[in-house]
Design a protein around this ligand. Sequence first.
Ligand SMILES: [Zn+2]
Length: 110
Amino acid sequence: MSDRISCINPRCRRTAARDKFPDSHEIICGKCFRALPTAFRAEHRRCWHEINKWERRILRTADPLKAQRMRDIRDEWVDRLNTGWAAIRQSIERPDKPVGLETFLEEIGL
Ligand SMILES: [Zn+2]
């Protein structure tokens, strides 16, 4: 296993240090991210924002029942993040066949 992870854009040669992203198998570099449609970027940021928010709340609560409920909410955001990621990857890998941005936004309920 290499100590670098490649950008998901096959036409991009940038990589990131694996130890910076211990939980990721794939990354998108900043340049390719900025080239994405705004809706994808906004969705991606929103999901991370929510995941981090719930992570902090889970750490802060002493109530195991509440913590479990918050973990469920966090997991829903993780699922949503993964859905968005799949759409991002598809739009990069098949630029000739852009994922219907509308379909994507419909799926995530925007
Ligand atoms: Zn890239």
